[in-house]
Ligand binder design. Structure first.
Ligand code: SF4
Ligand code: SF4
Length: 120
């Protein structure tokens, strides 16, 4: 593994689970989406595993469906309150969103899947 890969995963290990980010997130705090959205603290945990260079588990569908990552509209409130200065939105949430989009909403990928399905 490369040093940059280690650094990327280590940022999330600084999390002290204070849940300030969870508390400030308007999706949970204002809209009460506790059943549909896992929240930034757990997205940081998911990102810690997803970005670990030796981790091979696939969490993309989980983050999309059970985790409800689509509810996050990138307001950066969670990042602003993190006492460990973890760049939650930019380094954890957006890369996870990108993985979801790559798998489920990439038009080229969907076209290839369609063609493959139609083959006899
Ligand atoms: S960036 Fe997303 S997770 Fe963070 S506070 Fe805003 S809506 Fe919540
Ligand atoms: S605010 Fe930062 S340290 Fe606290 S739970 Fe969220 S990510 Fe972890």
């Amino acid at each position: 593994m490369y040093q940059y890969e280690v650094r990327r995963a280590q940022e999330f290990k600084r999390c002290i689970e204070c849940f300030l980010c969870q508390d400030v997130c308007h999706v949970l705090r204002t809209h009460g989406k506790h059943d549909g959205f896992m929240g930034p603290a757990f997205l940081v945990r998911a990102a810690a595993y997803e970005t670990h260079p030796l981790d091979v588990q696939d969490r993309v569908d989980y983050v999309k469906d059970e985790g409800g990552i689509g509810f996050c509209n990138i307001t950066y409130c969670c990042t602003e309150v993190c006492p460990e200065s973890i760049r939650i939105t930019v380094n954890a949430i957006i890369p996870l969103k990108e993985r979801v989009v790559d798998r489920h909403y990439d038009p080229l990928r969907r076209l290839v899947q369609l063609v493959r399905r139609r083959k006899p």
